[in-house]
Design a protein around this ligand. Structure first.
Ligand code: ATP
Length: 444
């Protein structure tokens, strides 16, 4: 049963605390498009940085890329998107709701939520129909069919058509990978669940080019590494699982595909796909462009089209996963405490500096500490209201630590460190605060 209350609370917290706002809200919003506020942009940036570090900086065999969103329209013919990028959909003639044909069995009828669409006596479903999900626009001053370009529906194609450029300009040899983070656009027919399925989103994709015959081994290796990454960012392991695509589910390009799924309040859903795409993409681009895209293996003196193992995650979808996983409510001294238990590396604000009272020289010491620390990390200074309320505000924002300047600070130059999760307190020398915090943010 979907826990819609939890999602409602999360959406409301995201708005209240400046994580996520509806796009163009003053005009009534734009369907399934969202904006990231001050805390949300930090969270998403931290997530992308961690991905980039794990995939590019920490490895010798992966290079980064930032390809343009607009590409030659032939790219999308070669990729199969112009012909086949469609989700079959089913409409209900009675309530006008629309469902993805492959999700009818698990969706609920808007008029009778305990039943699936079609199972309620009033339902009148159409046969599944196809819609193209690519956004079209025009390049140049004339709006004619020859000027049509698409907003890319995935970042992967920018990697495929650049793979020889990257190879020739770097020291890489197969096996090697190219990683990219960027926007993608899909005119989803059944978007929803907040930032889970949106029409504009960001992908974190890595395409790994391997010698045919070694693809299965690399596929297994990447599956392990990617699941490990989701554990490292702090997601609850028991809420993560694998879903293997069966023969009927496999995309036209894939030899094998596994999704990493997370148990959201609205059920188990994909957050990342790991695909063995064989040489489908490169052979199609070779055919459509007329350019040789083979790799020459000098050591073995042979030419071949590499196979590709893809890892594809949505930055927004993983951000939602992190938020949903971190959200908790607790009763503390008869009061409700809402906490975002974010991993310190992902938390938008790393620590708050709070003078216990606004007098006796405490604000001066606290402000000096705040100014010193914010040279290294995002910090927050707060001197308004009771200290307990200030702690709660930081709990809701996911801030892992609070540094309080109190009477004792003025005597011995130590501060109180308050831990978000355990709510325990300890004392720390003022001059150790920066090192202490940097160590904790970098750890894990
Ligand atoms: P779904 O079945 O959920 O539509 P998909 O199988 O089409 O996803 P892929 O094309 O494999 O997804 O894209 C890889 C990743 O990109 C997904 O795992 C997801 O994290 C993200 N993603 C895809 N579509 C969207 C979307 N509309 N909104 C947000 N993230 C998305």
């Amino acid at each position: 049963m979907a826990d819609t209350t939890l999602m409602d609370k999360l959406v409301s917290l995201c708005k209240r605390r400046g994580f996520v706002f509806q796009s163009s809200e003053v005009y009534g919003g734009l369907g399934s498009v969202w904006d990231y506020g001050p805390l949300g942009v930090e969270l998403k940036k931290n997530l992308k940085e961690r991905w980039w570090r794990a995939m590019v900086h920490a490895r010798d065999d992966i290079e980064g890329l930032d390809a343009a969103i607009l590409m030659h329209p032939r790219v999308w013919e070669a990729s199969g998107h112009v012909a086949g990028f469609t989700d079959p959909l089913v409409d209900c003639r009675t309530c006008k709701a629309r469902f993805r044909a492959d999700q009818v069995a698990t969706a609920s009828c808007p008029q009778k939520p305990s039943k699936a669409p079609g199972a309620h006596s009033a339902c009148d479903l159409t046969e599944p129909r196809l819609f193209n999900l690519m956004f079209k626009t025009f390049m140049g001053p004339v709006e004619e069919s020859a000027a049509v370009v698409y907003l890319r529906p995935e970042t992967a194609q920018g990697i495929y058509v650049n793979y020889l450029n990257v190879l020739n300009s770097s020291r890489q040899r197969v096996p090697f990978g190219i990683a990219q983070i960027g926007k993608a656009f899909r005119n989803e027919i059944t978007p929803g669940n907040f930032i889970f399925r949106t029409r504009e989103f960001e992908q974190m994709e890595m395409q790994f080019f391997v010698r045919p015959g070694t693809d299965e081994e690399w596929f297994e290796r990447w599956r392990g590494l990617r699941m490990g990454w989701h554990h490292e960012i702090g997601l609850t392991p028991s809420k993560l699982r694998w879903h293997e695509h069966g023969p009927g589910e496999l995309a036209h390009y894939a030899k094998a595909a596994f999704d990493i799924e997370y148990e959201f309040p609205f059920g188990w859903q994909e957050i990342e796909g790991i695909h063995n795409r064989t040489d489908f993409d490169l052979s199609r681009h070779q055919e459509y462009s007329g350019k040789k895209l083979e790799y020459f293996d000098q050591a073995a003196n042979e030419r071949y089209l590499p196979y590709i193992v893809e890892t594809s995650a949505g930055a927004d979808r993983v951000a939602l996963t992190v938020l949903a996983d971190a959200y908790r409510e607790e009763q503390v001294d008869g009061e409700l405490r809402v906490v975002l238990g974010l991993h310190p590396a992902l938390a938008p604000i790393k620590a708050a500096v709070l003078p216990l009272v606004k007098k006796d020289g405490m604000p001066e010491v606290a402000l000096a500490l705040y100014h010193d620390l914010r040279r290294h990390l995002p910090m927050f200074y707060d001197d308004s209201g009771a200290i307990g309320r200030r702690y709660r505000r930081m709990d809701e924002a996911g801030t892992p630590f609070c540094f309080t300047v109190d009477g004792q600070t003025l005597e011995d130059r130590t501060i109180t460190v308050r831990h978000r999760d355990a709510m325990t307190q300890e004392r720390l020398g003022l001059d150790q605060a920066a090192t202490w915090l940097l160590e904790r943010v970098a750890a894990g």
